[in-house]
Design a protein around this ligand. Structure first.
Ligand code: NAD
Length: 271
């Protein structure tokens, strides 16, 4: 397949595309949905609670783009397949998936409950599998190809104490993305992973006091000596940093950029 030209100076456009973002009622996913809408995509806000998904979709719709707020538990096969079916009926087949929904649970491994391990693995890995399978099916049937983006983490590359299932799941998403890159190439389906450092979203705000308790240090020390310790400038990554990288992966027109992971972390992890 020949490589369509990419004009670096041109504004990246998603005009005419349908993008579904999971976990889009909060944090990183919400900003990704806003940036995609600004680039011209119709956006589907898929999240656990119907009210928050619909409220986020309604707020973005005020900018004049088409949106759909969808209640979707990404761990539930029926909910995922039904949700994708509804999107296809109302907006057309999905061109871009951002598999972003996530949770965090921290504890030392010897105290980690099996039920918590399963819950976390289900959201990140079952969710990544079920949503990407549904998206790939639509992308193949539509013959339009598309872009699958997984929200990994620096923890797709590195480990931290207290995060056994999270680190295992985020490493696993890299493998899933590479398989889809290989299987999807013939259908012009690209698959990539974004690996953010710490971003101050509700998921991280919750962890600060939890880690302080587990590690026996202050919340300031958690931020300075745990979360930002290895960055080059002691700065948090922002939701916008991550959303702009998602836009690049979403808009990239060829298989030149597939099977990759990009770390956005103020130098916490360097490839
Ligand atoms: P967040 O808590 O602000 O948002 C997560 C969203 O996912 C919420 O709206 C929540 O309702 C939704 N969600 C949870 N379980 C779900 C399920 N089963 N089905 C559908 N939706 C579900 O968190 P965030 O920080 O924006 O995290 C988004 C993603 O980014 C996660 O995958 C997370 O692991 C990843 N990430 C976050 C950071 C960070 O520092 N915040 C760093 C690296 C990676």
């Amino acid at each position: 397949m020949s490589s369509p030209e990419v004009h670096a100076s041109a504004r990246l456009s998603l005009a005419g595309k349908v993008a579904l973002v999971t976990g889009a009622a909060s944090g990183i996913g919400k900003r990704v949905a806003e940036v995609f809408a600004d680039a011209g995509a119709s956006v589907v806000i898929a999240d656990l609670q119907p009210a928050s998904a619909q409220a986020t979709a309604a707020a973005i719709a005020k900018t004049g783009v088409t949106t759909l707020g969808l209640a979707m538990d990404v761990t539930d096969e029926h909910a995922v397949d039904t949700g994708f079916g509804q999107v296809e009926k109302q907006l057309g087949p999905v061109d871009i998936l951002v598999s972003n929904a996530g949770i965090q649970i921290v504890a030392p491994i010897e105290e980690f409950k099996f039920s918590d391990w399963r819950k976390l693995i289900a959201v990140h890995l079952d969710g990544g599998f079920l949503t990407s399978r549904a998206a790939v099916r639509q992308m193949i049937a539509s013959k339009r190809g598309g872009s699958i983006i997984f929200m990994g983490s620096v923890h797709s590359k590195e480990a931290s104490k207290l995060k056994s299932p999270y680190v295992a799941a985020k490493h696993g998403l890299e493998g899933l993305a590479k398989v889809i890159a290989k299987e999807g190439a013939a259908h012009n389906i690209r698959s990539n992973v974004i690996c953010p450092g710490f971003v101050r979203t509700p998921l991280v705000e919750k962890q600060i006091p939890e880690q302080a308790r587990e590690l026996g240090i202050s919340e300031d020390e958690v931020i300075r000596n745990v979360m930002l310790k290895d960055t080059v400038d002691a700065q948090f990554t922002t939701v916008d940093d991550v959303a702009q990288v998602a836009l690049t992966f979403a808009a990239w027109p060829s298989n030149a950029l597939t099977g990759q992971s990009l770390v956005v972390s103020h130098g916490w992890f360097m490839q």
